[in-house]
Design a protein around this ligand. Structure first.
Ligand code: NAG
Ligand code: NAG
Ligand code: NAG
Ligand code: NAG
Length: 390
């Protein structure tokens, strides 16, 4: 038994370590660019298969950049922008490249002042002495020199790509998750500039705090307390010494999970009502369903028949079915929520790690419970035999 639990633990640790080890990323410092590799720094941008290579000249506060977007075709446009005022798309000062009606790759600058932009050519608030573009295989590259505005080297950068129609007009980019997260900060001067920050961490402030509160409340309640309470009910019951302790543990876990969980759902509804136009319908509906099922479970406790009542076994089946549905829906919705809030891959990995951890405890305890139950049956059968023989 001890050896088995050691093995289970060892496997868990291995799985958790492998979840946290970094995925195999491109090392953009080794990438040969055709423009004589003048770029000392480079940065794997966090989304959209994009890379920024640059060289900063402190003496004249200019930066030479090469923005490389892989996995595109000649019917795509690409854009890389800085936003000197720190926002997202609006206020961005962009460098754009696409194949225009003459069949040549055209690179130009464009300031974005509205969401209805057609990326019209125009000057930026700072000078761009040099700009050009090239296309190789499946990647488009914009080369440019920027005379950086203000006295800072730290900017918000935004990058994007989208389709170009048959008559060479630029079409709107998609609204997929990755297209909405292509924002980060960059500091051209420091060598550590390659650390990017995703949009959610840039948009600090009260809304972000509310999102974090929403996430934490729900992960703690539906994600941790509920399954632990369910495990207490299923597995502690077997031990005679844990009676009636398992019942109190179960009730305390589930009722506090319910209270915190409903508060978590409420924060979600409030967040949803404050962001019109952003709809996470299934996340919201599952959240409401969970609150309803949780409430039904709470009432079911009050209406529970006595242990020897003839309806008690039906009640047990009902209570357990509802309980397992809540657990499954919770996992689905927490995964969905982690995708929506996107607090960074490590949080999703941490949650998956915790599920695997709880899952392996369940497997272990399930096996152990069966072992104990079968052993008891066997023993009582033998005692019965023994007494009938006597
Ligand atoms: C990328 O390659 C460079 C040069 O070979 C090396 O100095 C650097 O440590 C590598 N970075 C990573 C993250 O592997
Ligand atoms: C800025 O300075 C660097 C060297 O310090 C020089 O190579 C570059 O041409 C200068 N750029 C402009 C636009 O003056
Ligand atoms: C197409 O791009 C080329 C290269 O930048 C440029 O010289 C030409 O004026 C552009 N033509 C049109 C119609 O935009
Ligand atoms: C940077 O300069 C622009 C234009 O000169 C100005 O509007 C903006 O407020 C400045 N931003 C900062 C952070 O100083």
């Amino acid at each position: 038994m001890e050896k088995l639990s050691k093995n289970v633990l060892f496997t868990c640790v291995l799985i958790i370590i492998s979840l946290f080890s970094p995925s195999h990323a491109h090392n953009c410092t080794n990438y040969p660019l055709s423009a004589n590799n003048i770029y000392k720094e480079c940065n794997n941008l966090p989304t959209l298969n994009s890379f920024l290579h640059w060289n900063y000249h402190q003496s004249n506060h200019t930066v030479d950049i090469a923005y490389r977007h892989t996995g595109v075709t000649t019917s795509n446009w690409i854009a890389w922008c800085v936003n000197p005022n720190g926002g997202g798309m609006i206020g961005s000062e962009c460098l754009i490249a696409y194949r225009n009606s003459t069949g040549l790759l055209h690179a130009y600058s464009s300031s974005i002042t509205s969401y209805a932009t057609k990326l019209e050519e125009g000057p930026l608030s700072f000078r761009v002495p040099k700009i050009g573009a090239e296309f190789n295989n499946d990647e488009m590259i914009i080369y440019a020199t920027l005379e950086l505005p203000n006295a800072t080297t730290k900017f918000t950068q935004v990058w994007q790509y989208g389709p170009v129609s048959g008559d060479s007009t630029i079409q709107m980019h998609s609204m997929d998750r990755d297209n909405m997260r292509s924002i980060a900060t960059i500091d051209f001067a420091t060598a550590k500039a390659s650390d990017t920050i995703t949009a959610t961490t840039i948009k600090l402030g009260s809304r972000n705090r509310k999102k974090n509160v929403h996430g934490v409340l729900n992960v703690v309640s539906w994600g941790i307390l509920m399954p632990v309470g369910a495990m207490a009910a299923r597995y502690l019951k077997v031990f005679k010494s844990a009676n009636p302790a398992w019942f109190y543990i179960h009730v305390i876990c589930q009722s506090s999970a319910y209270i915190v969980g409903v508060a978590g759902v409420a924060t979600g509804m409030k967040l949803g009502s404050k962001s019109p136009g952003v709809v996470h319908t299934s996340h919201r509906n599952i959240g409401i369903t969970l609150a309803v099922l949780g409430t039904l479970q709470a009432f079911a406790i009050l209406l529970r028949p006595k242990p020897d009542h003839k309806y008690r076994k039906y009640w047990n089946v009902y209570h357990q079915l509802m309980g397992y549905s809540v657990l499954i829906l919770s996992i689905i919705n927490i995964m969905d929520g982690l995708d929506i809030l996107d607090p960074g891959k490590k949080w999703k990995r941490a949650y998956i790690g915790m599920l695997i951890f709880l899952g392996s405890i369940v497997v272990f305890l399930e096996a152990f419970t069966w072992y104990v139950v079968i052993k008891r049956k066997w023993q009582s059968a033998r005692e019965l035999n023994g007494s009938s023989n006597a």
